[in-house]
Design a protein around this ligand. Structure first.
Ligand SMILES: NC(=O)c1ccc[n+]([C@@H]2O[C@H](COP(=O)([O-])OP(=O)(O)OC[C@H]3O[C@@H](n4cnc5c(N)ncnc54)[C@H](O)[C@@H]3O)[C@@H](O)[C@H]2O)c1
Length: 251
């Protein structure tokens, strides 16, 4: 039995990296996948791949910071599939390594709008349909940067730390409604977001030295953790923060 049979899942930022891997894995596990991304061409490719392999998927161009777009996408998802069982708020941006006094308000607002407000809006628009359907699972992608402070990453760390606690607040609020809300905290994962960072050999050695399991993570490592929290296998788990970080946060 596939682990997401008869489920409808929205995955944001599904055009690249971990979101792409989650969309593909969910489809392999039987879900109808609604893949969204601000880069429409990447979503089209993911949807085509899912359909070529016999899966069911729809794709949308989507800026997660836009309330109007969230309203529209959730409306179209309901019109097409009738419900939403799973929401993965994965879309995110990192920002340049800059010290606090050098960060512009524009940069701050952009990172907050996408990483934090985008996550809030996703929950705001999907939860009414989960309430109507008497349950659901929401997985918000935070980071190890949402667990501890890091150098030169003020807005990113603040946004991911806020996602961690927004998740716990929602978990407590909606537990009685059978809506589970958990966060996932990836460590150093090889995706297009980190290609530049890992290209520098010295930086790469430093990242490896911080990770007890001595390798970088892969998108599929994170997707498997997200799948567990999205699926009924985790039906008594809500409000947790799941690090997928090779032991980084155990130190
Ligand atoms: N790669 C890592 O090491 C790492 C570690 C911890 C957490 N994360 C988090 O994991 C998530 C996925 O990151 P990734 O490494 O796969 O990155 P990625 O850059 O490969 O993918 C992110 C996707 O989000 C999309 N996106 C960006 N802005 C958007 C917006 N406004 N609306 C909709 N989509 C938008 C991008 O187009 C891209 O397809 C992010 O939230 C990121 O912060 C990544």
């Amino acid at each position: 039995m596939a682990r997401l049979e008869n489920k409808v899942a929205i995955v944001t930022g599904a055009g690249s990296g971990m979101g792409r891997e989650e969309a593909l894995l969910f489809a392999r596990e039987g879900a109808k996948v609604v893949a969204t991304d601000i880069r429409e061409e990447t979503v089209r490719e993911v949807v085509a791949l899912i359909q070529e392999n016999g899966g069911e998927a729809a794709g949308f161009s989507h800026n997660v910071a836009s309330e109007d777009q969230w309203a529209q996408i959730v409306k179209e998802t309901i019109a097409k599939y009738g419900k939403v069982d799973i929401l993965v708020n994965n879309a995110g941006v990192s920002g340049d390594a800059t010290r606090m006094h050098e960060i512009t308000l524009e940069t701050w607002n952009k990172i907050m709008d996408i990483n934090l407000t985008g996550t809030f809006l996703g929950m705001k628009y999907v939860i009414p349909h989960m309430l109507a359907n008497k349950g659901g699972s929401i997985v918000n992608i935070s980071s190890i940067a949402g667990l501890t402070g890091g150098s030169g990453a003020g807005p990113y760390t603040a946004s991911k730390g806020a996602v961690r606690l927004l998740t716990k607040a929602a978990a407590v609020d909606y537990a009685k409604d059978n809506i589970r809300v958990n966060s996932v905290h990836p460590g150093y994962i090889e995706t297009p977001m980190t290609t530049g960072l890992f290209a520098d050999e010295r930086m790469m050695q430093w990242f490896l030295s911080q990770t007890p399991l001595p390798r970088l993570g892969k998108a599929i490592d994170v997707a498997e953790g997200v799948l567990f929290l999205a699926s009924d296998a985790s039906s008594f788990i809500t409000g947790i923060e799941l690090p997928v970080d090779g032991g980084y946060s155990a130190q």
